[in-house]
Write a new protein. Structure first.
Length: 221
């Protein structure tokens, strides 16, 4: 599967994500008109990512967010109680995107080799689709346990596939947990150092295919 095909199946717009956030947090969001709430959530998330990219989430003030979104402080508090609650919403949503899609990809492919290829590519493609969410989650991982759990979950999927492949004689024996950690680090290269691959004129499909080739050259018997 290439990126275009993946996007048709798993693609979601910023508004789709904001709609899901709204429906998952109806009890705490005070705005009852769905369209208004979704549009404002999209605006809030975009502003958070933009400000955080420049100065970091911890340095961002609510006044910074108010200025960037054009919403009053009172209007912002209708969506979340404060920065901690906002961070939790973003991290929870980012986690949900990755967890649901990676598990679906893993479950719909048979055989350790096919599953490994699919999961490696899926993570890269997801980070292309939702780059602001991935970048923000990585940068704030040191500040929240949910982000660390998300990374552990991804690595556990990879390690499980490698162990299964070893038992079937497809992958060679080794420290599969460490290999999974290294794969995860290489996947993160795509969204953390985009400038490098843009300079090399490497597409997301080329990156994903090359990464699969590298991993298979190391893991296959």
């Amino acid at each position: 599967m290439d990126y275009r095909e993946f996007k048709k199946i798993y693609g979601a717009s910023a508004q789709d994500i904001s709609l899901e956030v709204y429906r998952n947090n109806r009890d705490t969001i005070k705005i009852k008109k769905e369209k208004t709430a979704v549009n404002n959530l999209e605006k809030i998330f975009s502003a958070v990512f933009s400000i955080s990219f420049k100065k970091g989430f911890q340095a961002m003030s609510m006044r910074d967010l108010s200025h960037k979104t054009g919403m009053s402080l009172g209007a912002l508090y209708a969506y979340f109680k404060g920065k901690k609650a906002l961070l939790q919403i973003i991290q929870t949503q980012g986690w949900a995107i990755i967890k649901k899609d990676l598990e679906q990809v893993s479950e719909t492919h048979e055989g350790p080799r096919n599953r490994l290829r699919a999961v490696i590519k899926a993570h890269v493609f997801l980070s292309e689709l939702f780059r602001p969410w991935f970048y923000f989650t990585f940068m704030e991982a040191r500040n929240i346990e949910a982000a660390k759990s998300m990374e552990d979950h991804t690595q556990n999927i990879l390690a499980g596939i490698l162990k299964d492949g070893e038992s079937q004689g497809i992958f060679r024996p080794g420290n599969h947990e460490l290999t999974a950690c290294m794969i995860k680090a290489m996947q993160q290269e795509w969204y953390l150092k985009r400038w490098k691959y843009k300079k090399l004129k490497v597409s997301v499909d080329q990156f994903a295919d090359h990464l699969v080739d590298l991993v298979e050259s190391f893991c296959l018997v």
